[in-house]
Design a binder for this molecule. Structure first.
Ligand code: ADP
Length: 450
């Protein structure tokens, strides 16, 4: 099958969160299954063109929106270590900026136009390359306009080239929906006929996530539990009714991780490699992490690690409530994260109060993320909701015990490690969380001495 994977961030070129990791890994897995996979992504200013040897393949694509027209160029390279082509849609005005979506904590005001431009230019690019995919795999609101354009854009729907291309839409996080003022509609190339309850109208505004859900052929999300949860008012972020409406086309599939990048036996970003059965390197990684965070070098004090976007969803307020209790324990805590200023302040204060116990790193640093996974003893993820979560999966690979809240992908991937389960008497697939049998099974297995 020919698959175009379209994503607003792709490792190693650009990243704000888990979507980038998946966008750099899933196409490789699909390619290994024999599919012809290619990737499209924006050419952000922060991407190092020289390092990745980007070369221009299309000089000019005119993208029209009502009275405005914008020019896209296309650059390309292969996804490192593969022969998968990555197409970068470039336009300095839209993408030559410092960040991907926000600056100083605020969304760029023209995000709707930026990503509409990206989607439209990607479709025109396929025509120029004469490469017609069987399916376009779209991800999150930034690429949700693709299914809308395939069905409703006058030029696209009347052009045979696009006929029959299927759209798959994956929800990585339902909370970020791409909601914009209704007047945005004519700036993104769509007419009022899609401004309906069956279209992308949402409480008087437009909602691009809803466009992805309503107009794509199939929808996936990143864990089975999250697929169930988002159909409920509690987790549905207002779109639960829409998701229930499309439930026959909604499937939950848990993310995988890329062992080419996240494997302590091969990881070039950690001070000492290790693997199951050869764990000495982990102690060195721990000592290194303590040193780097100015913490006492004590091998017997457990380190709790945390790497996260600092957003409400991640359960930081839950940590705040029990911070005193946590730091009364004989532990060390290493945090890496950026996001909402309120949490920056909160953790800076914790760092000042407990300098011998807390290493607080308010920054985005991929190397440190690997060092924390490798050097910590435990990994904390108290998320209020979690579509999939990758760090708990990396933790499993790095021998770092994940401590998680039972929700979404965390519920699907982590179980209480009782001796019985460790001995293999119980298999995770018996308990996918939430169903009635689950509590009984938990009761049976989570008991003292089991
Ligand atoms: P989300 O996509 O909701 O942010 P995930 O757990 O799915 O959460 O993925 C987070 C990814 O982003 C992981 O690869 C994690 O290591 C990385 N990450 C998050 N914050 C930082 C940071 N401050 N520095 C480096 N990597 C980070």
């Amino acid at each position: 099958m020919r698959i175009l994977y379209i994503s607003s961030e792709v490792v190693p070129f650009s990243k704000t969160g888990g979507l980038a990791d998946v966008a750099g890994a899933l196409p490789v897995a699909l390619k290994n299954l024999g599919h012809d996979v290619r990737i499209a992504t924006p050419r952000y200013g922060c991407i190092n063109g020289e390092k990745y040897r980007l070369r221009r393949i299309i000089d000019e694509i005119q993208v029209y929106f009502q009275h405005d027209s914008f020019i896209a160029t296309v650059e390309t390279t292969n996804l490192p270590g593969t022969d998968i082509p990555v197409y970068f849609i470039a336009n300095d005005f839209y993408f030559g900026r410092k960040e991907l979506y926000t600056e100083n904590g605020k969304d760029y005001p023209d995000n709707s136009q930026r990503f509409a431009f990206f989607c439209m230019a990607t479709l025109w690019m396929l025509r120029i390359l004469e490469w017609k995919p069987d399916m376009i795999h779209c991800n999150d609101w930034q690429t949700a306009l693709i299914p809308a354009y395939l069905k409703y854009h006058p030029y696209v729907k009347s052009d045979d080239f696009y006929n029959g291309i299927k759209a798959l839409y994956t929800i990585h996080n339902l909370a970020y929906q791409g909601s914009f003022d209704r007047d945005t509609l004519n700036k993104i190339g769509l007419g009022w006929e899609v401004f309906t309850i069956d279209g992308l109208e949402f409480y008087g505004d437009i909602n691009l996530m809803k466009a992805g859900i309503m107009f794509s052929d199939e929808i996936t999300t990143v864990s089975e539990t999250y697929a169930r949860e988002i159909q409920t008012p509690e987790y549905g972020c207002g779109l639960d009714g829409v998701l229930r409406f499309r439930r026959d086309h909604l499937t939950g599939i848990i993310n995988g991780i890329d062992y080419g990048i996240w494997d302590p036996a091969k990881d070039t970003l950690i001070p000492s490699k290790f693997s199951k059965g050869k764990m000495a390197g982990k102690a060195k990684c721990k000592a290194h992490l303590q040193e780097k965070n100015n913490l006492p070098q004590d091998k017997d004090v457990p380190i709790i690690g945390m790497i996260s976007r600092m957003a409400d969803q991640k359960g930081f307020d839950l940590i705040a409530k029990i911070a005193e209790e946590i730091f009364d324990l004989d532990i060390q805590f290493v945090l890496l994260g950026t996001g909402e200023p309120i949490y920056h302040e909160m953790f800076k204060k914790i760092g000042e109060k407990y300098p011998a116990k807390a290493g607080i790193n308010i920054t985005f640093n991929n190397q440190l993320a690997h060092e924390i996974e490798a050097g910590a003893d435990m990994f904390l993820m108290p998320s209020r909701y979690k579509p999939c979560g990758l760090n708990q999966l990396y933790s499993l690979r790095y021998g770092t015990v994940p401590i998680v809240r039972k929700t979404g992908g965390l519920a699907d991937s982590i179980m209480d490690a009782t001796p019985g389960r460790i001995a293999g008497r119980f298999h995770r697939s018996h308990c996918s969380g939430g169903e009635p049998g689950c509590a009984r099974i938990n009761q049976r297995f989570v008991r003292p001495g089991d």
